[in-house]
Ligand binder design. Structure first.
Ligand code: TYD
Ligand code: MG
Length: 451
């Protein structure tokens, strides 16, 4: 029996301390240090009976052979895109997201639709529960195996028997290894079990898809080092009250982090959304004031997003400002710019802003649509539904150019918009198109044209 040893770990950043302290010296968080039992002597390995391994030899880059260039097709095109073209053999992919957002559903759907032998290990749900979910999402891969287990040594034993081609772990926080004595979900357990999974993935070339919980700040629970250890970090986000979910890569060793996938949560599981712009724009009869459509870019993908604003007289002394899906500070800035540059007395008005579809946007190109929506509501003057906007607004009220403007114009044109308002300083090559491009340089120009 190995001698037990304890250490103090910060549950926020994962730093190990020699003694307990009220504040972590590294991340400066209070009351996050917890004592955990560790056994130093034994070193864990994913294999049950360790055989002596050969030492690796250094090779010249040109001499390194790429054997498994092929990527596993994750079936879902959205997931394949986000991963940069499929699952790389031997890679370890971490999927984080809020509880109930659909992480388990996504992973199970992937497991069930792949043409490979997948072992889905769950520490959160029973086999019956998973079976019920599998029936709900209905694409049965006969070779998908379900295991409920949380001990990594037992998981590896099952792997040696079943020899799966792909491993799914739901979730890393439920796993524990025999070599560390602290409870599942603690920093040392997460570190150690991840290390074991990485060793397993690299040595066998089996890709491992791992679900991770997130903490209240929105980052993956456990040590930050976890994100450094894995090859790909994916985040599944969205508003639980809406059906749309966005999958994005925060880190990707094998592809870009610019791609994103859009899914819709239905009663029969997640469905890919091929044409998101069409759904994100709310359908309505006739023109209503207070809405404007922005041609934004989410990652590499153009998305037409509707901005809704409501401006009303403030009932209380201090006017209220609220924004859903848009940065409130930026809204305040834009209102100040409008007050100064366009002479709108918004200081005595409540302003509410909403991005439809429950998504949040940080593309600055949405600024112009925000301004138009606010002014439209303030003036009670509807904006024609076939107008789109794409520009950033500066503090002096200037309409600034944005990147990839042509891509946005093409998307707007494809969806039947007739006019798009962009900055005068955007360079657009003149070509035959059905959309009229209106270039403006100041907020005043916009006001003259629309109101
Ligand atoms: P789940 O995958 O369990 O979330 P996570 O693993 O991220 O915690 O998803 C749970 C939610 O998804 C739950 O609120 C019900 C909903 N859901 C559907 O709407 N349709 C479905 O077909 C399934 C399986 C789940
Ligand atoms: Mg789950």
């Amino acid at each position: 029996m190995a001698k037990t040893k304890t250490a103090y770990f910060c549950q926020n950043c994962g730093t190990q301390h020699a003694k307990w302290m009220g504040q972590c010296g590294t991340c400066k968080e209070w009351n996050t240090i917890v004592e955990e039992v560790i056994t130093k002597e034994e070193k864990s390995d994913w294999k049950i009976d360790t055989e002596p391994r050969k030492a690796n030899v250094a090779l010249k880059v040109k001499d390194i052979e790429i054997q498994n260039e092929v990527r596993y097709n994750a079936v879902s095109t959205e997931l394949n895109n986000v991963l940069g073209g499929g699952i790389v053999p031997g890679s370890i992919i971490l999927l984080g997201g809020e509880p109930g957002i659909g992480k388990s559903t996504l992973m199970l759907q992937v497991a069930l639709s792949m043409k490979h032998k997948v072992l889905y290990v769950s520490g959160e749900e029973s086999q019956t529960q998973i079976k019920l979910r599998a029936e709900r999402v209905q694409n049965l891969n006969q070779d998908c195996l379900i295991l409920t287990e949380t001990n990594t040594q037992k998981i590896f034993k099952a792997i040696q028997i079943e020899q799966p081609e792909i491993l799914v772990i739901d979730s890393i926080q439920t796993l524990h290894t025999d070599y560390v004595e602290s409870s599942a979900g603690s920093i040392s357990q997460i570190k150690e079990t991840t290390t074991e999974l990485i060793k397993f993935a690299k040595e066998t070339g089996t890709p491992v898809l791992v679900i991770g919980h997130i903490n209240k700040e929105g980052s993956i629970a456990g040590p930050k080092i976890l994100e450094h250890m894995v090859d790909v970090v994916l985040q599944f986000e969205g508003d639980r009250n809406h059906t749309y979910r966005i999958l994005r890569a925060l880190k990707n060793r094998f592809g870009s982090t610019q791609e994103l996938g859009i899914f819709e949560m239905r009663s029969g599981g997640l469905r890919e959304v091929k044409n998101p712009s069409e759904i994100l724009i709310s359908k309505k009869d006739g023109d209503l004031s207070g809405t404007a459509i922005s041609a934004t870019l989410e990652g590499m993908r153009p998305l037409m997003i509707e901005v809704q604003a409501l401006v009303s007289t403030a009932v209380y002394g201090t006017p209220q400002r609220s924004a859903t899906g848009y940065n409130l500070k930026r809204l305040n800035m834009i209102l100040a710019v409008l007050e100064k540059r366009a002479g709108f007395r918004l200081g005595a008005k409540d302003v509410f802003l909403n991005i439809t579809g429950g998504i949040s946007v940080d593309d600055p190109a949405i600024d112009l649509a925000v301004i138009v929506a606010v002014l439209s509501s303030n003036e009670d003057e509807p904006i024609p539904q076939n107008y789109a906007f794409a520009a950033e607004v500066g503090l002096t009220g200037e309409i600034r150019p944005i990147n990839r403007v042509e891509q946005r114009i093409t998307e707007a044109e494809k969806l039947g918009f007739e006019k798009i308002f962009i900055s005068k300083f955007c360079k657009v090559s003149q070509k035959e198109s059905n959309i009229e491009i209106i270039k403006i340089s100041k907020i005043e120009d916009l006001v003259d044209m629309l109101f």
